[in-house]
Design a protein around this ligand. Structure first.
Ligand code: P6P
Length: 337
């Protein structure tokens, strides 16, 4: 039996009516959804198009790009430039900020994105995703430098991700909670399948790259060892671990059934500030998690309150079910004290 579900367009029109979303934001969200739909198609047909391999290039992160990293980036660039209110694009794959206007105005949008997150999963057919974030300018801009886009995550007006898994999910928040859509093959529509997503406050599942155990700071090691100690330890219950090497997949699992995701800075990456990027990974995911009732922290600060110092800045990320993130934060506080 097929259930009659709301299209993304219908949902956005309702949000416009209820919360004054604005026509331009509606257009931008639909452009982002179109980008994700095209990327999903490219991924599904990757083996036939011979595009799952490495490109001959490196990105600003010093990472060898996959061909699909470049393709997905181009798709986002071309579609997110459609909306007249988009003044600049910030991409994980591009060194500098791309300014689309000579004189950005108050009310214009800045769009930040990781066009293809977890692309090392591509050639083993595991989940990857796209992450996006939108900030609205609160004043006219005259200096078109990279530093102009360094807004705290609390300034986001829209954020979300697409997960390219067994089905293609589009998870979206414009500050009024979190709603999930699924791409219906054939119709091409994103249909509302997960309205008003809320993540469980409690969890017994954590996600961390355990191979980095030897580099962790003490509070992280304490938390993970207590989880592993299970029923015989201070937590008094057993925990499960997951790691899919795709932040989008981890966050989606946490949104659907609870959990905590940790990618902390450690002895090996502390000189870079951590691994994950603040503006187009930690901030949008932190926004989604908070909007769904969870918590997103660096261990010592709310992620969305961090003042960026660079548009490719990296940061510690601990996010998910509120009670676990609060416990991890308390361990950092005790260690600091
Ligand atoms: P590791 C993917 O490259 C990514 O940026 C995140 O999506 C993911 O959580 C993490 O890095 C995986 O890191 O240490 O498993 O390679």
């Amino acid at each position: 039996m097929t259930i009659d579900r709301q299209t993304l367009r219908k949902f956005l029109l309702q949000e416009e009516e209820k919360h004054g979303l604005g026509q331009d934001m509606m257009l931008l969200i639909e452009d982002i959804a179109t980008s994700c739909r095209i990327i999903a198609h490219q991924i599904r047909n990757g083996p036939f198009l011979d595009i799952l391999g490495a490109a001959e290039t490196e990105n600003i992160q010093g990472e060898t790009q996959k061909q699909l990293d470049v393709i997905a980036n181009d798709i986002f660039l071309s579609h997110c430039s459609n909306c007249a209110r988009v003044a600049a694009l910030v991409s994980e794959e591009i060194d500098n900020v791309i300014w689309l206007k000579d004189a950005p105005k108050k009310g214009d949008y800045l769009v930040y994105f990781d066009p293809l997150d977890g692309s090392s999963n591509l050639n083993v057919n595991l989940s990857v995703g796209s992450i996006f974030s939108v900030v609205e300018l609160d004043e006219d801009i005259t200096d078109l430098s990279n530093d102009v886009v360094l807004f705290k995550g609390a300034r986001q007006i829209c954020a979300g991700y697409a997960l390219y898994g067994p089905s293609t999910s589009l998870i979206l928040s414009t500050g009024q909670g979190v709603n999930g859509f699924t791409h219906k093959i054939g119709s091409g529509e994103f249909l509302l399948t997960f309205p008003d997503m809320r993540l469980p406050q409690e969890t017994s599942e954590f996600a961390i790259n355990a191979s980095r155990f030897g580099s962790w700071d003490a509070p992280i090691r304490r938390y993970i060892e207590e989880c592993i100690a299970g029923e015989n330890g201070v937590r008094g219950r057993s925990f499960n671990m997951r790691w899919t090497a795709s932040m989008v997949a981890e966050v989606h699992r946490i949104l659907m059934r609870g959990g905590v995701f940790l990618y902390p800075k450690d002895a090996d990456n502390a000189h870079m500030g951590g691994k994950l990027r603040l503006l187009y990974e930690a901030n949008p995911m932190g926004f989604i998690i908070e909007q769904a009732g969870g918590r997103a922290s660096t261990g010592t600060a709310r992620i969305l309150d961090v003042q960026p110092t660079g548009h490719h800045q990296r940061i510690s990320v601990i996010l998910g079910s509120k009670s676990e993130v609060e416990l991890i934060d308390s361990y950092h506080a005790e260690a600091g004290a």
